[in-house]
Design a protein around this ligand. Sequence first.
Ligand SMILES: Cc1cc2nc3c(=O)[nH]c(=O)nc-3n(C[C@H](O)[C@H](O)[C@H](O)COP(=O)(O)OP(=O)(O)OC[C@H]3O[C@@H](n4cnc5c(N)ncnc54)[C@H](O)[C@@H]3O)c2cc1C
Ligand code: SF4
Length: 504
Amino acid sequence: MGKPSGFLEFERKASQKRDVNERKNDYNEVELGYDQSQTKDQAARCMDCGIPFCHNGCPLGNIIPEFNDAVYDGNWQYAYELLSSTNNFPEFTGRICPAPCESSCVLGINKPAVAIEYIEKSIIEKAFENGWVVPVIPKKRTGKTVAVIGGGPAGMAAATQLNKAGHSVTLFERADQIGGLVRYGIPDFKLDKSIIDRRLEVMQAEGIEFKTGVNVGVDIKAEKLLEKFDAIVLTGGSTVPRDVEIKGRELKGIYPAMEFLSQQNKRVATERGKSLDLAKDHQGKVYQNGELLATGKNVFVIGGGDTGSDCVGTSNRHKAASVSQIEIMPMPPASRAESTPWPQWPMMLRTSTSHEEGCERSWSVNTKEFIGDENGNLKALKLVNIEWVLENGRMVMKEIEGSEKIYPAELALIAAGFLHPQASGLIEDLGVKLDNRGNVDATNYQTSVKKVFAAGDMRRGQSLVVWAISEGREAARAVDEFLMGYSLLEAKAVPMITADYVGI
Ligand SMILES: Cc1cc2nc3c(=O)[nH]c(=O)nc-3n(C[C@H](O)[C@H](O)[C@H](O)COP(=O)(O)OP(=O)(O)OC[C@H]3O[C@@H](n4cnc5c(N)ncnc54)[C@H](O)[C@@H]3O)c2cc1C
Ligand code: SF4
């Protein structure tokens, strides 16, 4: 432990944020950079517990107390070595991870948790500043070839690890740029895309080949892939959005959240000097100019989660006339629900930086109808308040009589999550089995087809960046074992205790 009295002396202080009135006028990151002395004080709050639950809370098994200790001692380079031994992209997780590690921090039982995510971001930014993040080029190549299909964080992590093991890796991506949802879902104001480009330069120098604009399954057929590569890793994400079956859904002005968000990320990239085709979204769907702008419109975001919150922040930056977010579930409690005691991920109300920028939030609200004008454009939403009642052991939704109301709306964004990966094309052609949720069935990352592996949202369903990195690393290890008969790639740090072990 760096400083035994640290948690008594210092208050928790995480990333500082830019002023709301300034930040909602641009797409620069909301969070400010790190401050070295603040990071040291925050690292001093770590109690180096005998059983570090945070380490188990992190899906990557990040060695948190050790890097905290190194930061407190001013040994930043060692902190970076520890952090990068379990996490390929701390610059992503240090910015947008919901930090389940902090929910299981022992200090969090009766005090604010250690600011682990902030410390993580500080370490990796210092490492980049000091030139410690250098390409790690394998000394020997194995002569084996691996195709990774899908350039999101799972694919990027799998490619990095497999290349490190000496295999020749080609990373295929159907969009025009690598990054997956980190590139085209998460807005620049949460994670500036130069952060991805900086990492891709390192990966390229390490010898990974990127092939963008290649829709595998269409542009390259499955059998060709099986013929050409010794192993294949599927990391295509969970791309089929959950839609809403509501009267009027066919009207113009109603879009899945990802179409709206990805188009904005493309606009920002273009303004910052990249040459991209703005008429199409990241998956090649064509739009009319201005169709996906919220400017001057009354916007309703349907779905109360993080994707919805990203739509809120983007709509405010577009200068929407009004922004409302509705959620069918009841409002969560203000603090940790009793049903999710420490060290579990707490069910509670979360207010994002986008919510802070202005938004009308409502819970227990259902959309009954989209109402259009004579030209087929959305002009209003019919909403009704609901209550959830227990019937025969199940929670059932009941409309509250007389609560129906019509609200003007020219843009509705559906942020109801994703169902599963797209089965047509590559998955069907390869013939890999799906599980009962429609995700690729791959116990230990091996699919039902020899030499085909899967990881990330495509395997586990829609999830988090930290899980995608973890899955990419684990799948790489499984592939390496398959190709070589053994693997020297780091195994995930074994959790010392499971979350359900609490209470004794
Ligand atoms: C709007 C939004 C905001 C989010 N915010 C957060 C957040 O703040 N924090 C967090 O932790 N998580 C967040 N997530 C979730 C997180 O981004 C995902 O869990 C993560 O990116 C999944 O990684 P992945 O690599 O499995 O898949 P993806 O990131 O989806 O990448 C899959 C890639 O595969 C490509 N692909 C698919 N099929 C093919 C094919 N046939 N040929 C070639 N390429 C193909 C796709 O184009 C895509 O680029 C968010 C998600 C969304 C939608
Ligand atoms: S990756 Fe996420 S869960 Fe893991 S230590 Fe970092 S912030 Fe915590």
